[in-house]
Design a protein around this ligand. Structure first.
Ligand code: ADP
Length: 357
């Protein structure tokens, strides 16, 4: 299409995440480099030549207080993130790049059959990087990141959740390309219960409408990323609407070692490669978040050997480095948070409903 798409004609300063404009290695470009670089979507800022009335078009029926609240509390400032900041999950990362990141960057190529899904679901045990992935998608696709938990929608804005969802997606469309991350999406879209209130039914319906994309322009670039630790509680209609459902498992040993090395980079320590391997071996079943807690616990050990009355005066360089023994004692108190039974349930659900396409 030669003309500038409609959705760029908003009289606001377009807020985008990310400054990098290069395609990541590993992605086989479907077009020659030259034509990629000349794309208006990819390399140039959209023209901002419209009048303020244009802004009102999308937000005109939306309570301005809600718009402000969304901008202040749900819309996030740009934070540069790279896929390497997420340990392991190589397969998941490659699927996500192809299915959603490149389409957000190159909407002109990913049309028709290549059209990206409106929503993807990330499911798996808590603390495995689902939120990190949401942030990374936004950063890598130079999108505005919106993040909200279902409990905030259902409890903080009691009775107003439905209006809030509508406002959220209206703002997301104005600031597109956008990634809307919904944590604990199961509690928003759970199987209907007898006692369901009218307001929560309306909230759920509004969200389903947004997932369908029915309330939006075909050209809109707004991706919904739902995250859940309880995929089995999702209602059938909701599950179907997340066209791609990706299992985010516990980290393998190589990923655990990488998380360990990254975290140890922030504190003085004398662990060598064989020590890292040892801790990696002993942390089977630990989530990324468990690894974080373990490292924090181990890093406190050197301080515990200092008498409390000396801590205010001690010279920083006199605090001994964290060592393997500190990790061995931390391993006694920090245990994996995910049970074998829970894991089996995720694997089962993945077999039945996990889908990449
Ligand atoms: P989830 O959303 O799956 O519950 P998060 O993405 O919030 O989990 O991860 C919680 C914390 O655990 C992160 O801030 C990070 O410190 C650590 N973590 C989890 N998974 C990973 C990973 N794959 N690579 C690096 N750090 C991770």
């Amino acid at each position: 299409k030669a003309e500038v798409p409609m959705y760029f004609n908003y009289g606001i300063t377009k807020k985008v995440l990310g400054s990098r404009r290069t395609m990541k290695s590993g992605f086989v470009s479907p077009v020659a480099k030259d034509s990629m670089n000349s794309s208006p979507h990819h390399t140039q800022s959209p023209p901002l030549n419209s009048t303020p009335e244009d802004i009102d078009e999308r937000l005109k029926n939306i309570d301005s207080k809600m718009v402000d609240l969304i901008k202040n509390e749900i819309m996030h400032k740009y934070k540069n993130m790279d896929w390497d900041d997420i340990a392991g999950l190589e397969y998941v990362k490659s699927i996500i790049k192809e299915a959603v990141v490149y389409p957000l960057l190159r909407p002109d190529i990913f049309t028709g059959l290549r059209r990206p899904p409106r929503g993807i679901l990330l499911f798996g045990p808590p603390g495995t990087g689902k939120t990190l992935i949401g942030k990374c998608i936004a950063s890598q696709s130079q999108s505005t990141f919106f993040s909200i938990s279902s409990s905030a929608l259902t409890s903080k804005w009691v009775g107003e959740g439905e209006k809030m969802v509508r406002a959220l997606f209206a703002v997301a469309a104005v600031y597109q390309p956008s990634v809307v991350f919904i944590d604990e999406v199961d509690s928003l879209l759970s199987k209907r219960s007898e006692s369901e209130h009218d307001s929560s039914r309306k909230l759920k319906n509004e969200f389903l409408v947004q997932l369908d994309g029915a309330a939006t322009n075909d050209e809109d670039r707004v991706l919904i990323v739902g995250a859940t630790n309880r995929p089995q509680e999702l209602d059938d209609a909701a599950r179907r609407r997340f066209a791609r459902r990706l299992y985010i498992p516990l980290p393998e040993i190589s990923a655990r070692k990488q998380i360990l090395k990254n975290l140890l980079g922030t504190v003085c320590n004398d662990l060598d490669e064989s020590n890292i391997q040892e801790v990696g071996n002993q942390t089977k079943g630990y989530s990324g978040a468990d690894m974080d807690i373990l490292c924090r616990e181990a890093s406190m050990e050197p301080l515990r050997s200092i008498p409390p009355d000396q801590i205010p005066h001690i010279v920083k360089d006199n605090v001994r480095p964290v060592n393997i023994d500190d990790f061995m004692s931390a391993l006694q108190s920090v245990r994996p948070s995910v049970s074998k039974d829970d894991l089996a349930q995720y694997i089962e659900w993945n077999k039945e409903y996990g889908a990449f396409r």
